[in-house]
Every structure is written in structure tokens, then in C-alpha cells.
Design a protein around this ligand. Structure first.
Ligand code: ZN
Length: 414
């Protein structure tokens, strides 16, 4: 079993079922982890002036045909039929031809939001983002824990801008990626520019323009990169960011893509300063990519001992004997009031057993209290993970100060 799946079992985060291959069943602790990352990313996108949207999971085939996903990506989509009542016999239902597909990405939905009314240059760049539920019909043999799934949530974002904005948008994106990755403990990453694939949309002239623009921006920002022919998206070249984990493995997560083609196919426009219609460029971007995969990589990177701000349970209060129950409860209540994700272990069992269990569950810190600590109104804080174990005595006010700093998500810009 992949390491992240074993950790997920020990930490009671999620599991898989044979009847839903490639789809995650999130448990309460797992969803807390998911939400803490989502909240952090929401703050990141807000700071970068993206507006959050939400669009349907199933979209009509006509839209996929127009976006060319039907033609270029159909084998990767879940196609579904709608059920309609028979006009003569209302109790009889029949499935009519498969005319919907579950979205593999949110691009056409965000295009629909852009096109819902006339746009002006004052709204450009328009930045939309969604924690989009995506489905991809991956072959069952290729599914692997969280690393390759059929259903996942993606931080799926699109920028509608002018060609002259592309440089600053990509520069902002790369700065953001660096800061976000650092907040999760990753400090090494590499870049790849993926060029036109054989199955593609649009003229070579537009591809030429998109590719040279992307290469020029990345070069001018002084980054090293590798070129990958044939690996671009069917609508445009991609800049892909791979992070390096603690085991030296490389994972492609973030991406930004320059697209001149879908704006043309969908005839996107805005009214410019001269009152004329102008076509925007579309940038497709994701910072984490699939949340589930991100969590799988992160679990393996930190051996389960997550950064405290993301951990589903941030601290546990473990009492040594019943003489410390009241004091343990006082600590628990006051941390809970501060918004810390805290647990209380006042069960009648040895402290050794309690600590072993909490460590197996990868709880990042444990406050241990016995009779002496109850008398002195202190606690012993044990910090787990990071290769070494620290233990130090402090009072409740000191613990609260420490958690006020470490238990909330890093402020962005970091
Ligand atoms: Zn897109």
C-alpha cells in the first residue's frame, strides 16, 4: 500500500472503496485537513484579486463540442445521459442519448461566466477561480491512491487579460507558487515549458505567438527551465512547476498556460477604451492542482507530521491521572475558545499508551499534565515530528501565545 494510504489509515483521514475506484471517502479528520488547505488557498487567491465562482459538474455535450474537449479529450471524460419522462406514459422513464459530460476541468464553465454579459476593459484582467470538482476517466490500471484519481478537486483558475498583461500575470503566479509551496515546507522546485502537441487546436501562427511569449517571460524572470516538445495542452503551451519532496522525488503540481485558441473558438471579447471589441488572452492556472494528490504528496513528504496550521488535530491534552482531569479540561476549553483544533484525552489509561496512540495518529503536539502540573498550573508540551522530539514546561498563557502564532494559516503574502 502506498505510504500516504497507510498514513491516512493511521490518521483516520480517508479510505477507498472498490465500488468507486479512484474516488476518495473523506473522514472527519481528513476533511478538516482538506478544509484547512482550502481556507489557506482561498486567502491566497483573494490576496491575488481572484474572484471565487462555482459552476456545474455536468455540462452539455454541445459546450464540450465547441471547446473541442469532445473531439480531443473525450476518452478522458465521463459521459452521462439525462433521464426524461415518456410523454405518453409519465411513469415510464427513459435515458436519452448521452448528452452530458462531467467536467474534467472548469475552463468552458468559466468561459460561460465571462460570456454571461458584455465585458469592458475596466474588468480586464478578470480573474476567476473555483475549487472545481473534476472527473477524469483514467484507466483502472493507472489509478494509484491519491496520486491518480477519477474524481478530485482542483484549484482551477482562469485569467482573461490582454497580451500585454501576460508578463505580470505569470510573474505574480510564480511568486505566489513559491510562497505557497514554502508554507507547506517545500523549498526546491523546477520549471518545464511544454510545447504544442500533435493533437491541437488553432493555427501554427497562434502557437508560435503563445510559445514565444511564454518562453520570453520565463527567460526574462531569470528562471531555468526545460523544454518538453509535444506535452502542451491542446489549446496552448504550458509552464509546469514541479516541487521536490524530502525524499528527492519530483512532483508536477502547479501550471499556467497561455491560450490564444479558446478565446477565438468562443469568440470572447471585451469593449476597449476606443469602444471597439478586443479579444482577450486566456491564462489557465492551478497552484496545487488536485487537492487529493497534493495531500497525498504532503503526507509522504512530512511522514504524516503536517505543518501545525494544516493538521486536523493540532494539539491533544493528555492527563497522567484523574488528579489532573480538571486542569486538563481547563486547558482544553481555553484552547478551543481560541479556535485551536484540540482534543482532550482524559481516559483511564496509562500516559505511555495515550502518547503512543497520539504519535501513531501524527498529532503534532501533546500537552501532558499530571498532579504536579495541575498544582503548578503548568503543562509539559511535547512537539512531535521534524526528526526530533522536544519537550518543555510552560504555563497556559505561554501555550496560548505559541499556538496563536503557529496554529493559524500563514498570512499571505507570506
Ligand atoms: Zn482551464
Amino acid at each position: 500500500m502506498a505510504a500516504h494510504r497507510e498514513l491516512a489509515k493511521d490518521m483516520d483521514l480517508f479510505h477507498f472503496e472498490e465500488h468507486s475506484p479512484g474516488m476518495v471517502f473523506w473522514h472527519p479528520q481528513g476533511l478538516r485537513l482538506f478544509r484547512s488547505i482550502e481556507d489557506f488557498m482561498r486567502q491566497v487567491y483573494q490576496a491575488r484579486e481572484f474572484e471565487e465562482v462555482r459552476s456545474p459538474v455536468a455540462l452539455n455535450r454541445s459546450l464540450w463540442e465547441r471547446s473541442r474537449h469532445w473531439e480531443k479529450f473525450r476518452q478522458g471524460m465521463f459521459v452521462v445521459g439525462s433521464v426524461e419522462a415518456d410523454t405518453d406514459d409519465e411513469s415510464a422513464l427513459s435515458v436519452i442519448s448521452p448528452d452530458y459530460a462531467l467536467k474534467p476541468m472548469s475552463c468552458p464553465a468559466h468561459i460561460a461566466i465571462y460570456q454571461s454579459r458584455k465585458r469592458s476593459y475596466r474588468e480586464i484582467p478578470m480573474r476567476l477561480m473555483e475549487f472545481g470538482i473534476c472527473h477524469r476517466n483514467e484507466l483502472s490500471g493507472t489509478l494509484s491512491g491519491c496520486m491518480r484519481l477519477r474524481q478530485f478537486v482542483q484549484d482551477d483558475a482562469h485569467i482573461f487579460c490582454r497580451e500585454s498583461d501576460v508578463h505580470s500575470e505569470i510573474s505574480n503566479f510564480l511568486n505566489t507558487v513559491q510562497q505557497v509551496y514554502a508554507a507547506f515546507g517545500y523549498d526546491r522546485f523546477s520549471l518545464q515549458i511544454s510545447l504544442r502537441p500533435s493533437q491541437r487546436l488553432g493555427s501554427d501562427r497562434l502557437w508560435e505567438r503563445a510559445e514565444s511569449l511564454l518562453i520570453e517571460v520565463v527567460q526574462s524572470l531569470g528562471h531555468n527551465y526545460k523544454l518538453a516538445p509535444n506535452e502542451g495542452a491542446f489549446y496552448g503551451p504550458k509552464l509546469e512547476i514541479s516541487l521536490e519532496d524530502r525524499l528527492g522525488r519530483s512532483w508536477q503540481c502547479g501550471t499556467i498556460q497561455v491560450d490564444f485558441n479558446l478565446p477565438q473558438v468562443f469568440e470572447l471579447a471585451f469593449v476597449n477604451e476606443l469602444g471597439e471589441l478586443e479579444r482577450p488572452v486566456m491564462l489557465h492556472q492551478a497552484i496545487l492542482g488536485s487537492f487529493e494528490r497534493w495531500i497525498g504528496i504532503l503526507l509522504e513528504h512530512c511522514g504524516g507530521f503536517l505543518p501545525i496550521w494544516a493538521a486536523p488535530t493540532q494539539i491533544a491534552i493528555a492527563s497522567i491521572s484523574d488528579k489532573a482531569f480538571d486542569w486538563a479540561e481547563t486547558i482544553f476549553v481555553s484552547l478551543k475558545q481560541l479556535g485551536v483544533r484540540v482534543e482532550l484525552d482524559n481516559r483511564e489509561r496509562t500516559i505511555g499508551k495515550k502518547i503512543r496512540e497520539l504519535i501513531l495518529r501524527k498529532i503534532p503536539s501533546i500537552a501532558i499534565v499530571g498532579e504536579q502540573e495541575a498544582l503548578n498550573q503548568t503543562l509539559n508540551l511535547r512537539r512531535n515530528g521534524g526528526g526530533s522530539v522536544e519537550q518543555l514546561e510552560m504555563n497556559l498563557a505561554q501555550l496560548e501565545r505559541e499556538l496563536a502564532h503557529s496554529a493559524s494559516a500563514p498570512n499571505f503574502p507570506c
